[in-house]
Design a protein around this ligand. Structure first.
Ligand code: TRP
Length: 433
C-alpha cells in the first residue's frame, strides 16, 4: 500500500521567498516520490478563523492555488483540492467533536496563547476568542482522518495538533469499537531552511522583511539590493557566516555555485556585485515560475475547474463512502432497520486497571496503577492522607480505560496547571515576605 502524505495550506496573504524555500519547493519535490500518494489542500475553512473579509479570502485562496501550481505541483499526479469542497469534512468534525475532550483543546497552543494574552491584559480569559479558534484542532483532525492520511509534514508549531488528531482518532475507534481511522504520524523536516529576510531576521510577514515570491523582476531587484549588509568596502574580505545575503544565495544555488560565491566573499567582492549575482540567481530560478503564475492568475476559471474536479473525485472515492460508514457506526441509521438491532447491546467490559494503595516509610500515602499484566502505569507522589490519594484515584477511575485514560491524564494535567501555578506564585510571595 502506498503511504498517504497530506499537506494543508492555510491561504493567507501572498507567499514570499521564505515560504517557497522552506515549504513549497521541498513539499513539491517530495510529492514526486513514486511510493506515496500526496494530498495537498487549501485550508480555506481554517482561514476564516483569522480573516473574515470575503474578498480577501477569495483572493488569497486564488493566489495560493496559483502559486503552488506555478511552482510545479502537478494536479494530475497529486490530489490538489479545496477543503470547503469536501463538506463531509465538517460532518466528520462533528463526530470527532463529540469524542474530543475539552481539556485537551484547552491546551492547544493557539488558544492558550490567546488566553495568556488576555490574562496579561487583565481581560476575561476568553475575551475576543471565537469558538472557531478553540475548535481549530478538531477541524484539522477531520482534514487528516477523512482521507486516512498516514503522514503529515508540518512545522514544529503544529506537532501538537497531529497528536490531538491521533487522540481523537483513537477515541473514536475505541468508542465505536473498530479501527475506522489509521493514526497519522507527524513528519518534521529538521533540515527545513528558514530563510533570513531583508533585515537578517527570519523572513516573516510579521517582521515586514519579506520578498514576495512573484514580485516582478524590477521589484525583485530593488528588494534584493535593499538586503542589509555590513559596511565592508569593496576589496575587503566578507563573512559568509551570518550573512543573510549569502544564505539566500545558497538557497538558490548548487553546492558548486555556493562554493564559488564563498570564494568571492573571501576575495572581497563588493556588496553591489554580490547583490547583482544573488538577484540573477533568484531571478533565474523564479522567472519561469513567475510567467506561469501570471498566466494562471489571468485564467482563474482554469484553477477553479481543477479544484472542483479533484474535490468531486475525492468525495466520490473516499469521503462519501467513509461518511456513510461512519454515520452507521455512530447510529445515524435508517430507522426502519431498528428491529434488526439487538435489544440491548452487551458490551464486554475489559478488566479495570488495578490501583494499589500503600504507605511508605516516610509516613506518606502513595498509590500506583498497574495494568492487567501488572505493568506499572502510574506512580503517584506522596500524599499526607490516604483520603487525598483516594480522591485522585476516584477521579482517575472515572476515566475510561486505555487510550481514553491517557487523554484523561492529559486533561487532569491541564486542569492542575493553574493550581500548580497559583501554588508556585504563593510560595514565591511567601518567600519574599
Ligand atoms: N493548520 C495548518 C497550518 O496553519 C494548516 C492545516 C489545516 C493543516 N488542516 C491541516 C496541516 C491538516 C496539516 C494537516 O499550517
Amino acid at each position: 500500500m502506498t503511504t498517504r502524505v497530506l499537506t494543508g495550506i492555510t491561504p493567507s496573504g501572498t507567499p514570499h521567498l521564505g515560504n517557497y524555500v522552506g515549504a513549497i519547493r521541498p513539499a513539491i519535490a517530495a510529492s514526486r516520490a513514486s511510493d506515496i500518494e500526496s494530498f495537498f489542500f487549501l485550508a480555506d475553512l481554517h482561514s476564516l478563523i483569522k480573516s473574515q473579509e470575503p474578498e480577501r479570502t477569495q483572493r488569497s485562496t486564488l493566489e495560493i492555488a496559483a502559486s503552488w501550481l506555478a511552482c510545479g505541483l502537478d494536479p494530475d499526479k497529486v490530489w490538489f483540492y479545496r477543503q470547503s469542497d469536501i463538506p463531509e469534512t465538517t460532518e466528520l468534525m462533528w463526530f470527532l467533536t463529540v469524542v474530543a475532550s475539552k481539556g485537551i483543546l484547552n491546551r492547544a497552543h493557539a488558544y492558550k496563547a490567546a488566553v495568556d494574552k488576555n490574562r496579561e491584559e487583565q481581560l476575561d480569559d476568553d475575551a475576543g476568542v471565537t469558538a472557531g479558534l478553540f475548535m481549530y484542532p478538531v477541524l484539522m483532525a477531520a482534514d487528516i482522518l477523512i482521507f486516512n492520511a498516514n503522514r503529515v509534514p508540518v512545522g514544529r508549531d503544529q506537532i501538537q495538533h497531529i497528536e490531538m488528531a491521533r487522540d481523537f482518532a483513537q477515541r473514536f475507534n475505541h468508542v465505536y469499537g473498530k479501527e475506522y481511522f489509521a493514526l497519522p504520524e507527524v513528519i518534521i523536516d529538521e533540515q527545513v531552511a528558514t530563510l533570513a529576510g531583508l533585515d537578517g531576521r527570519k523572513m516573516s510577514k510579521s517582521y515586514h522583511n519579506t520578498i514576495p515570491l512573484f514580485a516582478p523582476r524590477e521589484e525583485l531587484k530593488k528588494l534584493v539590493f535593499s538586503i542589509v549588509t555590513d559596511s565592508r568596502a569593496p576589496g575587503e574580505p566578507k563573512d559568509t557566516e551570518g550573512s543573510a545575503l549569502f544564505q539566500m544565495y545558497q538557497a538558490f544555488a548548487t553546492p558548486e555555485q555556493t562554493a564559488a560565491f564563498a570564494q568571492a566573499f573571501a576575495a572581497g567582492i563588493s556588496w553591489g556585485d554580490a547583490k547583482q549575482q544573488l538577484f540573477e540567481r533568484i531571478d533565474g530560478e523564479l522567472s519561469p515560475l513567475r510567467e506561469r503564475y501570471n498566466a494562471l492568475m489571468a485564467e482563474p476559471e482554469k484553477i477553479e475547474a481543477i479544484l472542483r474536479q479533484r474535490g468531486q473525485q475525492l468525495r466520490e472515492q473516499f469521503a462519501i463512502p467513509l461518511l456513510k460508514e461512519l454515520r452507521h457506526a455512530v447510529g445515524l441509521r435508517d430507522l426502519s432497520t431498528a428491529g434488526d438491532a439487538p435489544k440491548a447491546a452487551v458490551v464486554a467490559k475489559a478488566a479495570l486497571p488495578l490501583f494499589k494503595q500503600y504507605r511508605e516509610k516516610d509516613g506518606r500515602f502513595y498509590f500506583k496503577l498497574l495494568d492487567g499484566e501488572g505493568q506499572l502505569l502510574i506512580q503517584s507522589e506522596g500524599f499526607d492522607s490516604p483520603r487525598d490519594a483516594g480522591q485522585l484515584i476516584a477521579v482517575i477511575k472515572q476515566a475510561e480505560q486505555g487510550d481514553a485514560l491517557q487523554s484523561e491524564l492529559f486533561r487532569l494535567e491541564a486542569e492542575m496547571a493553574p493550581v500548580l501555578d497559583a501554588l508556585q506564585a504563593l510560595r514565591e510571595a511567601a518567600a519574599k515576605d
